[in-house]
Design a protein around this ligand. Structure first.
Ligand SMILES: CCCCCCCCCCCCC/C=C/[C@@H](O)[C@H](CO)NC(=O)CCCCCCCCCCCCCCC
Ligand SMILES: Nc1ncnc2c1ncn2[C@@H]1O[C@H](COP(=O)(O)OP(=O)(O)OP(=O)(O)O)[C@@H](O)[C@H]1O
Ligand SMILES: [Ca+2]
Length: 513
């Protein structure tokens, strides 16, 4: 065995009885097949592969091979006969294999060594390399929501994730929640959080939201900041949050990882990947309501959520049922949206670029507040793309994950046919914003006031702008006329907000695994 300075190890090992040149550099494990060649070179490498050490899950000594050594095991005998060498132990490397559509799988390869000593050297060298990867979690606190999505959270964790964490040497404390807000309250009070490198959320967007709320609260308390104060800037979280998708939309997982697959997510957690994301805070009259990381939607998405919560027994299909119902209801809502455009940022919501990686928040000064009044079918604020299996490009395909902005999408009252065109474009390559009744702005902050809550001076401005629309005034004065509901609700990451008039501002960035 030679050991050039660039290499940590270089050996001739066997994989399924074939000879390979196997090397371990500082960041790469590579194996190259050695094929006999009759022409110039006695051995010519082919079939080479390499895996970054950062994507190795673990290395395992093959105990069975050790015990069968010297016994009349067919494969061992072949190696002995073929090579005429004294065969030793084998070791298996488990590593990440990238598959289609951003899926990751755990692959493994077993190397047979010529001696025990060589095997030991390989195993300890790879383990040393793995131990030096500081971003890998060692202790994780896992919350399982057994109630989200198709109610499979517990099974998904036990069958697809637990064994992988175990193989990667991750020690877990698992809590299966018993009621809504169990995880949030547990994070707020009971746990000695310093023991953990991260929190794992097995559930959907609502469960992730619970965990964000618990963690942010806890971080503020630990940092001596009043969590209720709207003006205090958030103390950043030292704990990362990993998501194992087990909900109905799982858009936070899909938009960050590119797929909703528990094994892929578990592998991202194991290798210590991290992804910062923006957190917005939502206030009503200076009172804090909630944080949001994905969608804040009024009108269509608020109504779909309100209607679908009554049909939870349908599982994820409730959204399609309520989606069709609310599409047919075709409710629009009047109000004023004011926003602070984000200036000096890289990109616009109409870019072709898709973001699944971090982005530095820009702190350049912003523009002037602008106000848009009107009748809206939907007002959506997307802090990330909100991509999900229903819409793989999402509500705002070019939204950045951590740039301190939100894409504000306004869909004005239009015909059902036009609204359907807009919706369908979420599922195709066509631009859903390239329609006269849709506008999108990248903003740092925004406010919404339903028409019924607008001040008299605002209403006077409205009247001047919409002199011809006399019926809107009649409907406002006679909300019982049945022409349309006056208020919708805000869908905040899949939870219903208690107020319609809200003030939303970019707050901070948290880490997600
Ligand atoms: C004709 C096909 C049109 C398909 C249009 C698909 C657009 C889908 C866009 C999905 C955006 C999801 C945003 C994520 C929000 C999450 O924070 C939240 C919590 O998990 N999920 C939802 O609110 C769950 C929201 C789920 C919304 C489902 C809407 C389904 C609309 C169906 C309209 C059909 C019209 C048919 C007419 C005959
Ligand atoms: N043990 C529990 N029993 C009842 N509700 C729970 C429990 N644990 C958590 N919850 C609540 O369940 C709700 C739904 O969970 P979650 O959002 O994860 O799934 P979902 O709504 O099906 O998926 P998505 O949000 O991705 O569409 C959340 O509001 C969460 O607070
Ligand atoms: Ca939910």
């Amino acid at each position: 065995m030679e050991k050039p300075s660039r290499l940590l190890l270089l050996s001739e090992l066997r994989v399924r009885n074939l000879a390979y040149d196997v090397s371990l550099c500082r960041s790469l494990l590579s194996w190259k097949r050695l094929v006999p060649s009759p022409v110039y070179h006695p051995f010519r490498p082919s079939g080479s592969r390499s895996v970054p050490v950062s994507e190795i899950i673990c290395v395992r000594e093959e105990e069975e091979e050790k015990s069968s050594r010297g016994k009349s095991d067919g494969s061992w005998r072949k190696i002995k006969e073929g090579e005429g060498k004294d065969c030793g132990q084998a070791f298996t490397v488990l590593y990440v294999q990238r598959c289609q559509q951003h899926r990751w799988r755990c692959a493994e390869i077993t190397f047979t060594c010529p001696s025990d000593a060589v095997c030991q050297r390989w195993v300890s060298s790879i383990r040393e390399q793995l131990a030096s990867l500081a971003s890998r979690p060692k202790h994780l606190l896992v919350y399982i929501n057994p109630y989200g999505g198709k109610k499979q959270g517990k099974r998904i964790y036990e069958q697809k994730v637990a064994a992988l964490f175990d193989q990667a040497g991750i020690v877990t404390q698992v809590i299966v929640t018993e009621h809504a807000n169990h995880a949030r309250d547990h994070l707020r009070t009971e746990t000695e959080l310093k023991r953990f490198d991260g929190v794992v959320c097995v559930g959907g967007d609502g469960m992730f939201s619970e965990i964000i709320h618990g963690l942010i609260w806890r971080m503020q308390i630990d940092a001596g900041v009043d969590p209720n104060s709207p003006d205090e800037s958030l103390s950043p979280s030292s704990l990362r949050i990993g998501i194992i998708p087990a909900g109905s939309t799982d858009c936070i997982c899909f938009a960050t990882v590119g797929t909703n697959d528990p094994v892929t997510s578990a592998l991202h957690i194991i290798v210590g990947d991290s992804q910062p994301m923006d957190v917005c805070s939502v206030h009503h009259n200076n009172t804090f309501l909630r944080y949001s990381v994905s969608l804040l939607g009024y009108g269509f998405y608020g109504d779909v959520l309100t209607d679908s919560e009554r049909k939870r027994w349908m599982g994820p299909a409730r959204y399609d049922f309520s989606g069709v119902k609310m599409f047919l209801s075709h409710h629009y809502y009047e109000g004023a949206v004011s926003y602070l455009p984000a200036k000096g940022i890289i990109g616009t919501p109409r870019d072709a670029f898709r973001c699944r990686s971090g982005y530095e928040p820009s702190h350049k000064s912003d523009g002037e507040w602008r106000t848009i009044r009107g009748k809206f079918l939907a007002i959506n604020a997307a802090s990330m793309s909100c991509a999900c299996p229903r819409s793989p490009k999402g509500l705002s395909p070019a939204a950045h994950l951590a740039d301190g902005t939100t894409d504000l999408i306004l869909v004005r009252k239009c015909s059902r046919f036009n609204f359907l065109r807009h919706l369908i474009r979420h599922t195709s390559k066509d631009d859903q914003f390239d329609l006269t009744f849709v506008e999108v702005h990248r903003v740092r902050r925004f406010r919404f006031t339903p028409r019924q809550c607008q001040s008299d001076s605002d209403l006077e401005l409205d009247r001047q702008e919409n002199k011809h629309q006399i019926f809107s005034q009649i409907c406002r004065d006679h909300p019982a006329c049945g022409c349309a509901p006056a208020y919708s609700s805000w869908n905040c990451d899949g939870e219903i907000l208690s107020h319609s008039a809200i003030d939303v501002r970019y707050q901070n960035t948290v880490m997600e695994s």
